[in-house]
Design a protein around this ligand. Structure first.
Ligand code: ADP
Length: 636
């Protein structure tokens, strides 16, 4: 059988994974205004393929087989209307082509696509964050033919992959003499501009200058007078020098931004970056970026995170998560070390002194980038906080040594604001603190509204003391790792031991004392009625419009923490509340005047029910509460 016939025999047609179909459809419809990026994506893939080959060559230099000058080439065939991007990188096997070009392997992809399709402008942003990679070829081509040969297989084990970008694709085994991948784009009728050499040169200059391998184009050879000789030659059309090895002063913002897109697969511009070369005890270069948009899978547990690792300019691995703590996992970028061995593996990185030192240095670097942004560019910082604040809130628990610095980067909603914006820093809070106030007061609740309207706030309002309003799920947990800031302790205002007595006048103090004495018997009756349903019954003067509340003391778990544990399926111990009555409230006065013990009991039920409802948002036994209330109303 001839090779050609065998290839046909081996041909099969396969359907795309449904997510790929969706991606193709959405991409073609939402990225039409920025079509040229397909070239960036394909060159970026070729450069990755070269990196991977170089990495394998570290342990097996023979692998190049005489073809060690890695590069990408662009060639056009005006008659056929095709543009071909070819590389001599690692290549793909038939199985690789099926799994890499027919499916999307990222976990959570299905969830991601479920969110798409309603709003075109949003879709295009989301797709940008998702990264369209290879599939972007179909923005400009109505047929794509990929021919590839993996470095691991013989010439007759090449693969040809072909698709019109609709429901399916074909794969066939072919003979390919050279290693690597070529991607032949059959340009759509209205995309023929990409056949033009000068158009291609300008796109490469714009997007791919920083790619470390040469991007070449076939140009006609000219004689001394500039006349074409009929011969042609490959001409390098990019700088072909890894960006981070260049002099910082010579790199433009545009170049930094394009490089970010290359390594992050993000379409949006980065918010900030920092390139640093360190020599001495450690010898490395780091290039770190803070994105402007959270990736779609920021909270996906299996999400790949981390920096690209290079050793002595050679690419070693993607997603080296050892160099960045999890609470800074939004950071993108790379680290190029001269201290790690070239044969470094993930296992070696795990507990390695160099890794530890680099991780510490990268962490500090990111935190100070954020600090500078927070101090000098509050608007940019607000963007950062909106996108990544929730991740940074994991910091106090994860990184003890940088806790104070992380705390200074946190932003909160506060009673100082009229709305729910999280923009109050702890230092701003402390600057506004009252004379003699030695605590940072906060409340945690299920929502901003619940926090803002909590009865616990009444005494703080009355005394003009600011309270931070925390309502993100993670807040309660975070606060348990933040005992203090700038020497001032944090204090949850739903705790019983809050004493704002120092801010009371002498007159108020005397009034309270008197009320307490006359109220003592009411407390006793309430305690007798409730028994061990509550931890204690007390008077309180912190309320103005509310008759009663429940609070917890220092040894008790807070309501929010108990809810948090229940939400993650853990058995939380039952919270025993302290029931506090406001003797100055009209309803409490009525209750105190009630001589009949049965009716007194109904008052207690109703007031305790209200207080629990305000604290927890729900009651274990609503019927008891409702019955008591109805009986009181009937006889009112
Ligand atoms: P990503 O690059 O984000 O992984 P792509 O859709 O661009 O996603 O590519 C999917 C996969 O196809 C790549 O991860 C790589 O394994 C493979 N691939 C794409 N282009 C090439 C190429 N030129 N050479 C070798 N493999 C490639």
């Amino acid at each position: 059988m001839s090779e050609q016939a065998q290839a046909v025999n081996n041909q099969e047609t396969r359907g795309f994974q449904s997510e790929v179909k969706q991606l193709l459809h959405l991409m073609i419809h939402s990225l039409y205004s920025n079509k040229e990026i397909f070239l960036r994506e394909l060159i970026s893939n070729a450069s990755d393929a070269a990196d991977k080959l170089r990495f394998q060559a570290l342990s097996n230099p023979n692998i190049y087989n005489g073809d060690g000058e890695l590069r990408v080439r662009l060639s056009v065939d005006a008659d056929k209307g095709t543009l071909t991007i070819s590389d001599n990188g690692i290549g793909m096997t038939r199985e690789d082509a099926i799994s890499h070009l027919g499916t999307i392997a990222k976990s959570g992809t299905a969830d991601f696509f479920a969110k798409l399709g309603q709003d075109e402008s949003k879709d295009s942003q989301l797709i940008g964050q998702f990264g369209v990679g290879f599939y972007s070829a179909f923005i400009v081509a109505d047929k794509v033919v990929v021919r590839s040969r993996s470095v691991d297989v013989a010439a007759d084990q090449g693969v040809q992959w072909e698709s019109q970008g609709e429901g399916d694709y074909t794969v066939a085994t072919i003979t390919k003499e050279t290693r690597g991948t070529e991607i032949e784009l059959h340009l759509r009728d209205d995309e023929k501009e990409f056949l033009d050499e000068w158009r291609l040169r300008s796109i490469v200059g714009k997007y791919s200058d920083h790619i470390s391998i040469p991007v070449e184009i076939l140009t006609p050879e000219r004689d001394d007078e500039g006349k074409e000789t009929g011969e042609s030659k490959w001409e390098m059309i990019n700088k072909a020098q890894a960006l981070w090895t260049r002099n910082k002063a010579d790199i433009s913002d545009e170049e930094f931004k394009e490089f970010y897109k290359h390594i992050s697969h993000d379409f949006a511009e980065p918010l900030k970056w920092s390139l640093n070369r360190v020599e001495g005890k450690q010898d490395y270069t780091s290039l770190l970026y803070i994105p402007s948009k959270a990736p779609w899978d920021l909270f996906n547990r299996d999400q790949k995170q981390g920096l690209k690792l290079y050793v002595q300019r050679v690419f070693i691995m993607d997603d080296a998560e050892q160099f960045m703590p999890s609470y800074l996992r939004f950071t993108r970028g790379l680290i190029d070390s001269n201290d790690l061995p070239l044969n470094v593996s993930r296992e070696i990185l795990q507990d390695n002194k160099v890794t530890q030192a680099l991780r510490g240095a990268c962490t500090k670097r990111v935190l100070s980038m954020l600090e500078r942004m927070a101090n000098n560019e509050p608007e940019q910082y607000a963007t950062f906080w909106k996108e990544f604040g929730l991740v940074l809130k994991e910091g106090p628990a994860e990184d003890h040594s940088n806790r104070e610095k992380i705390a200074s980067l946190l932003r909160f909603a506060s009673t100082h604001n009229d709305d729910n914006s999280q923009n109050v820093s702890l230092s701003a809070y402390l600057e506004r603190a009252k004379e003699g106030q030695d605590k940072i007061y906060y409340i945690t609740a299920d929502s901003y509204a619940a926090a803002k309207n909590s009865p616990h706030l009444e005494q703080f309002k009355a005394k003009g003391i600011e309270v931070l309003l925390l309502s993100d799920r993670i807040d309660e947990w975070m606060m348990s790792y933040l005992p203090e800031f700038d020497g001032k302790a944090f204090q949850s205002i739903s705790k019983a031991d809050i004493d704002l007595g120092q801010f009371d006048s002498e007159e108020e103090k005397a009034q309270h004392k008197e009320a307490e004495e006359t109220f003592a018997s009411v407390l006793e009756r309430t305690k007798t009625y409730l028994g061990d349903r509550v931890k204690d019954v007390r008077t309180t003067f912190k309320l103005s419009n509310t008759p009663a509340i429940v609070v917890t003391d220092g040894e008790e778990m807070t309501t929010q923490m108990a809810k948090l544990m229940a939400a993650v399926g853990q058995q939380a111990p039952e919270v025993k509340y302290i029931f506090e009555l406001n003797p100055e409230h009209a309803l409490i006065k009525q209750m105190a005047d009630e001589a009949d013990e049965v009716r007194f009991g109904r008052w207690v039920e109703m007031l305790l029910g209200q207080a629990l409802l305000a604290e927890k948002g729900s009651l274990e036994d609503p019927s008891q509460f409702l019955a008591a209330m109805n009986q009181l109303l009937e006889t009112a």
